[in-house]
Design a protein around this ligand. Structure first.
Ligand SMILES: C[S@@+](CC[C@H](N)C(=O)[O-])C[C@H]1O[C@@H](n2cnc3c(N)ncnc32)[C@H](O)[C@@H]1O
Length: 273
């Protein structure tokens, strides 16, 4: 009975995602970038700084980085592409994988110009913003594949996608809480993606706190599981991760222009036991 209910919840989430539109999602969430990236204390620079720091502290290393639930976005691998020789992007929806392929092919077939993000990460790395073209080339060089994923499956990726040892690092932004019908599903999803990671490998997780919905396109309201800091920590512990750091960005009331009800954003650096 409980299993059936859980299954129904996951199916209902999958149905909500059928209305997700990459171009609108990018426009709602990532378009006012130049201003946002220059505004000290705003969310985008905070997120990019968390990722930059995590990837450059020296403990995150190896060959293969996998991004879980990439959606149509690339900012989350712009620091990691300097550390890992191989990056795999993943998403549940073909429309998002198509959007990412559009950027990879560099023939003008993508909905957002990622230049301000590339320039910003170059600055974090102590380089001139003009080095963004080299970073874009590096990113295109290390992205090995863009593949389907389902975090609710005990085996989220097709069997032949990863080497048998697993990935050295996972990054995942705004995915698990946005695709899980409840806390149990969120925790199970953390466990499922953990099976993709080698023991001692790192998980870098960004997510919203206390958010019950967001918009995947105009008029497409996607219900999400509102999680708090304690629940995120407990779910990580339960699924075999050791917490290294949890940081919280408090969203100023006037910053929430996206039409969701998130209160804050968290960043976690954790290690698989
Ligand atoms: C809120 S978006 C996050 C996108 C991107 N990572 C970002 O930082 O903006 C959630 C993503 O999860 C994907 N998704 C939906 N169901 C999923 C599932 N069962 N497994 C993995 N990803 C899923 C959606 O297609 C969407 O791209």
């Amino acid at each position: 009975m409980e299993e059936k209910q859980a299954e129904n919840g996951v199916v209902a989430m999958a149905n909500c995602y059928q209305g997700f539109d990459p171009a609108t999602y990018l426009q709602i969430n990532y378009s006012p970038t130049p201003a946002d990236l220059e505004t000290k204390d705003s969310l985008e620079p905070w997120k990019m700084a968390c990722l930059h720091r995590a990837f450059t502290e020296g403990d995150v290393s190896g060959e293969l980085l996998v991004d879980i639930g990439s959606g149509p976005t690339l900012y989350q691998v712009m620091s990691g592409c300097e550390v890992f020789n191989k990056v795999i992007l993943t998403d549940f929806l073909e429309v998002n994988r198509q959007e990412l392929r559009g950027w990879l092919q560099d023939e003008g077939g993508c909905s957002l110009d990622w230049t301000p993000y590339l320039q910003h990460v170059c600055k974090l790395e102590g380089r001139q913003p003009s080095a963004w073209t080299e970073k874009a080339a590096k990113l295109r060089q290390v992205i090995m594949d863009i593949v389907p994923i389902d975090v609710h499956s005990p085996q989220p990726l097709a069997l032949d996608v990863l080497p048998s040892a697993g990935a050295d690092c996972l990054v995942s932004c705004y995915c698990l809480e946005s695709v899980s019908p409840d806390l149990s599903a969120f925790t199970r999803a953390l466990g499922n993606i953990g099976r993709l990671l080698r023991p001692g490998g790192h998980l870098l997780l960004i997510g919203t706190l206390r958010m019950s919905y967001y918009f995947g396109a105009h008029g497409v309201k996607i219900p999400t599981v509102p999680v708090n800091e304690a629940q995120v920590c407990a779910s990580l512990k339960e699924t075999g991760y050791t917490m290294i750091r949890l940081e919280v960005y408090k969203l100023p009331p006037d910053l929430n222009v996206w039409g969701d009800d998130a209160s804050d954003v968290f960043f976690v650096k954790a290690m698989k036991e």
